[in-house]
Structure formats: structure tokens, C-alpha cells
Design a protein around this ligand. Sequence first.
Ligand code: ZN
Length: 260
Amino acid sequence: MAVPEGADIYDELNGEEVENPTEEINRVANAVGLKWDVNDPLSHIPGYDMYCHWNTDAIFDRGNTSRFVHDTLCLRIVESECDQAMPCTGHVTSPFGPRRGRMHYGVDLKLQTGDPVVCAFPGMVRISKYNKSFGNVVVVRHHNGLETLYAHLSKRKVEPGQMVYAGDTPWAWGNTGRSRGSHLHFEVRFLDQPIDPTLLFDVETGRLKSDNFEIHKGTFESIAAAKAAAGSRKYHVVRSGDTLSAIARRHGTTVGATAA
Ligand SMILES: [Zn+2]
């Protein structure tokens, strides 16, 4: 694997030593479903040195969310133009961020029936399965450690361990799981932490905003703050006889704040 820019921080990211490398290689090789030579380095798996595992079942490994401890990490997003493609061309129907009291960790992109969904960057399929929330979902790990997730697909024609390329068309539009209307739910994550895809892509034109992407603690802190705000939002069911000032008093606020 070509070592991406920012590789000098790998040692810091990689907090876990692999105790028995041969055993680990075999375990991962089995999980990936590829023929593996014992001399093959684990670096065949994109981002393995950052994640230290390859899980073909868990969509997110929540346990790893505290591992990003760096001030700034510059990720090389693409080497050439064919390393990148917008998963689909539709406009955003629901942005990243708080939504109805919960966090929406991706963007929803409008699709028409039968529209193909393509892979955003080259990488290896880590997840391809049906999930209660996401419907048919595919997660691809990329060489710089980013992961992209494509949900509510009607078909999945890829398997874990399969290498995919930007612009591949292995998936078609679908409407499964909890999706409303025809859309693709598209997420970008780094070490299991969500990144607003519109920071990377101009979703209207499908172009990358920059060949490099800087990640710093603040990238995720602002998301944590938004999540906390979404989770703490109070809903009040108005009962007959309620006045605005009574509602405000009950919630320890003022009429002005309630109306805002
Ligand atoms: Zn969505």
C-alpha cells in the first residue's frame, strides 16, 4: 500500500501492538476471504495500521472513537482525478447534522429508481449486508483510513474483501430500511467518527473540494456538541389551558426563548 501523507503519525494512531502477527494475518485473511500469503503484509488492507482490525460485521466500532488525539492530520484524498467519484448526482435532500432531535451522520442524496450508486474512492469493501436501520448497506475502507458508507441500496453486488474503484457501479438505487423517499444515505467516517461529506465534496457538481483534507480534534468536537444539543432538545406537548408563559416557567426559560 502506498503510505499516504500524514503517515508519520501512524505510530501514534496505532496504539495497539499486534501480539502474534502471523496469527493475525491468517485471521484477517480468512475474514476478508482472500488467498493470503504469510509474507503478505497486513498493509494490503486499507488503513489496517490505523484501525488494527478488520471487522466485516460491525458497521461501526464505537470503542475506537477516542483514538483520534492529534492536533491536525492531513489526509491525502486523491492522487489523480480517477481516484474520486460522487456516489450519485442527486441534490441533498437532508444535510448532515441534528435532525428531529437526533444526529444525522450523513447526507441524503436524491436518486431516481434505477440510478446507479458508485464508489467515492478506491478501497476494499468491509461491510456488505442487510441492516435494520440502513437497509442494504455497503461500507468501503479507503487507503487513507477514511470509510464511506452507502445505505438504502436495492442491490449489493459486492462482498467484503473485494477491491473497488472510484466510479465502479456495483450498486443500484433502493429504498429499504428506514429511508423516506428515494435517496442514498451517504456517510464519510474516519476512525469511526463521522465527517460531513459536504466538507469533502461539492455535492452539486460532484467535485472534490480539495485533494487534501485536514482533520483535527475540532472536526469531531463540533459534531459532539451538535449531538449533545440534538439529544438535549426538550419537546413539550401543549395541553389545553397551557399558556406560553406557563410552559416557559415549567422549562425554566422565558417566553422570548420559547418563541425563538
Ligand atoms: Zn440519511
